[in-house]
Design a protein. Structure first.
Length: 276
């Protein structure tokens, strides 16, 4: 019998690659997306797909019920991948914007995990993999909202991992750096809804930096950028190894920044990040 996994955020990028990659390895994949149109597209590609919106408790309940109904009440693994970004200077981020990104990037992840843990306890095994980021290790300019959700996810996941040591459930963190995805394109909507950059004291900096990065088409990948398959490779080890690691770094910047934050004084680390 195939092992089963529920993956969130499968419309593109990391989740999309993971869903197809694991299906090819014989996993039964439940590939969820926020929008039904994306789910329909994935079903056309041979995946089992239905909606799951982290921002809605009702959607989470319905998706969990759908999974358990299809499997007979079991689930081997959960990959919390779905997330979005809200770029902008921290001083320009409104409360409602932060609330929106936390609902998806943190609160929904937590709620879904707590729905699945009893299933894994009852069956005597399970793995929960949370997709964090290099921005959960160090901050970067313009990325305060996203970075803060990933810092929070790191703390929640680390604590859960320690608390679950007396259970047969593995709690694992994956920390990608620059990976080819649609996250930048998808961040334009939240940015336009929530950030009044025209009235910001940093307007000139927006015009010189962030706006160009958001709205100017890129010519090829960024420095150190890897394809989504690089994350899937680490995910496979996390899922299939008899002794999975508690965390998996992906891309050179993640390794470098993880080391830098341990050994560099704060002022020097700030200077390094500001220059990057």
């Amino acid at each position: 019998m195939s092992k089963t996994i529920l993956i969130t955020g499968c419309s593109s990028g990391l989740g999309y690659d993971a869903a197809h990659g694991l299906k090819q390895r014989g996993w039964r994949v439940f590939a969820t997306c926020r929008k039904e149109a994306d789910c329909a597209r994935l079903r056309g590609e041979g995946l089992e797909s239905f909606p799951l919106d982290y921002a809605s408790s009702e959607s989470i309940d319905a998706a969990v019920a759908e999974v358990l109904g299809r499997t007979g009440g079991t689930l081997d693994a959960l990959y919390n991948n779905g997330a979005f970004a809200l770029p902008g200077a921290v001083e320009d981020l409104p409360r409602e914007g932060l609330r929106e990104i936390y609902e998806t990037n943190l609160f929904g992840v937590h709620e879904l995990s707590c729905k699945i843990i009893p299933v894994m306890r009852a069956q005597g095994h399970g793995r929960i993999i949370n997709c964090s980021s290099v921005l959960g290790l160090v901050p970067m300019r313009w990325r305060g909202a996203y970075s803060s959700t990933k810092f929070a996810l790191e703390g929640l996941t680390d604590t859960l991992r320690i608390e679950m040591r007396d259970t047969p459930i593995h709690i694992i963190t994956v920390e990608p750096g620059p990976i080819t995805s649609d996250i930048r394109k998808n961040s334009i909507g939240p940015f336009e809804r929530h950030v009044n950059w025209q009235a910001s004291p940093r307007r000139a900096q927006y015009e010189d930096s962030l706006l160009k990065r958001l709205y100017t088409p890129t010519e090829g990948p960024d420095r150190f950028e890897l394809p989504a398959s690089a994350v899937t490779k680490k995910l496979i080890h996390a899922l299939e190894s008899a002794r999975p690691k508690p965390r998996y770094f992906v891309t050179t910047p993640t390794y470098l920044m993880a080391a830098a934050r341990r050994i560099l004084p704060t002022r020097l680390l700030d200077w390094l990040i500001a220059k990057s």
